[in-house]
Design a protein around this ligand. Structure first.
Ligand code: GLU
Length: 416
């Protein structure tokens, strides 16, 4: 795991794509910096009556195409620059899948395993109270990210609605169904990883049903990508989490591994499997590698040892720019995060549309619409890759996304 600054990685990715676009440096410069970043110190009372300070951030990166959109993560490693990077990736993600949002991201420096549910609720409501003037269904719409889910989203919605004396389910997405959430939202990130991987294999003339797969990170995105790939006939041979990995060359049962993790807290020790480290998993000789944990999982050195033919990034920012260069030279096809994990925000968009209409869609409608958004974005990416003769799919995705944001920005004109 490398300590490359993710915000610098984002800026490098934008520069790489900008070199292929006819857009002024001044316009590109504003697409390399967030419009605003809120930094907070939340004072929250713990169960024992003492008060603890929690650092928290919300970065609003770009709003040219619509309200800021993006998740909130709870992790001890959250930093201001990480949140800024993640907010930028959201802006480009929403643009490549062409949903009418800008990009935002939030984070709290906290290890949720160390706090009680009541303490986490107080931390969440304190953050939501501070965010209230900045968020709203037409301003900035948070969502789940690492270590947050329906529970935290429901608390944030309730805090906002109580303080605003209204009902506004569209202020946040990723809610529980009974609190205005959408069918299919929990599965959506993993589903887009599966769809993007399937399309990439077809593009290369292969067949996903014959692929062997390794998945690093077995939370929501990684585990669901694994089940859905298995449902297509692929063989998931290895999966890991922060405690380590399990490997079986004959294939695991992705759902059974998840049940084991739910029971024991980790994938390790599942069934009759070999143990493997995260690093061993990332360099296994498989057809498809799915990094689904955190940023910087693969750096330039590790990239030299990657044996997979295709990488589908379910995590945000799992490859450093140096890894990208090595994998491009080695002809490994990388499906970038901003497309491969865009299902989450796409179904968040569907949730928001349903909230605005106060009309719920069926799960099959959600999945059909998601299929069409991801396959058409994949097509746009391939068109750009081929017509501009671009070095890799990441640059192609950024070329399409940057152009869409720049078009919206230019069409708005300037204040005299
Ligand atoms: N946190 C997810 C992401 O990184 C989802 C964001 C959303 O639904 O707004 O894409």
């Amino acid at each position: 795991m490398s300590d490359v600054n993710p915000f610098e990685s984002l800026q490098e990715q934008v520069d790489d794509a900008a070199a292929h676009l006819d857009v002024g440096d001044d316009v590109i410069d504003r697409l390399k910096h967030p419009e605003r970043v809120l930094e907070l110190n939340l004072s929250v009372e713990l169960d024992d009556g003492t008060v603890e300070r929690f650092k928290a951030f919300r970065s609003q990166f770009n709003g040219d195409r619509g309200p800021y959109k993006g998740g909130i993560r709870y992790h001890p490693g959250v930093t201001r620059d990480e949140v800024k990077a993640l907010s930028g990736w959201m802006a480009y993600k929403c643009a490549i899948v062409d949903i009418p949002y800008g990009g935002g991201k939030g984070g709290i420096v906290v290890d949720p395993d160390e706090y009680s549910t009541d303490e986490l609720e107080r931390v969440t409501r304190s953050f939501a109270t501070e965010l209230r003037p900045l968020i709203g269904p037409d301003r900035d719409i948070p969502a789940p990210d690492v270590n947050t889910g329906q529970r935290e989203m429901n608390w944030i919605k309730d805090t906002y609605e109580t303080l605003e004396h209204t009902t506004a389910p569209g202020v946040i997405t990723g809610k529980a169904i009974s609190s205005g959430g959408s069918a299919g939202r929990v599965e959506a990130t993993g589903r887009s990883t599966m769809i993007a991987a399937r399309e990439a294999f077809e593009y290369l003339g292969g067949d996903i049903s014959e692929a062997t797969v390794a998945v690093q990170g077995y939370g929501n995105a990684g585990s669901i990508a694994a089940y859905l790939l298995e449902d297509l006939g692929a063989t998931v041979v290895a999966v890991s989490d922060s405690s380590g990995g399990v490997y079986d060359p004959d294939g695991l049962d992705a759902r059974a591994v998840k049940a084991h993790k739910n029971e024991t807290g980790s994938v390790t020790g599942y069934g009759d499997t070999e143990a493997c480290t995260n690093e061993e998993l990332l360099t296994l000789d498989v057809d498809l590698l799915v990094p689904a944990a955190l940023e910087n999982a693969i750096d330039g050195d590790l990239a030299e040892e990657v044996e997979a033919d295709v990488i589908a990034e379910a995590a945000n920012g799992p490859l450093t720019p140096a890894a990208d260069d090595v994998l491009t030279d080695r002809d490994v096809l990388v499906i970038p995060d901003i497309l491969a994990n865009a299902g989450g925000v796409t179904v968040s968009y569907f949730e928001w549309v349903q909230n605005r209409q106060r009309f719920a869609w069926t799960e099959s409608r959600v999945n059909e619409e998601l299929e069409s958004v991801i396959t058409s974005a994949f097509g746009d990416l391939v068109d750009a890759y081929e017509s501009h003769d671009l070095p890799n799919f990441r640059t192609a995705a950024y070329v399409v996304a940057i152009q869409r944001i720049v078009d919206a920005y230019s069409e708005s004109g300037n204040w005299p």
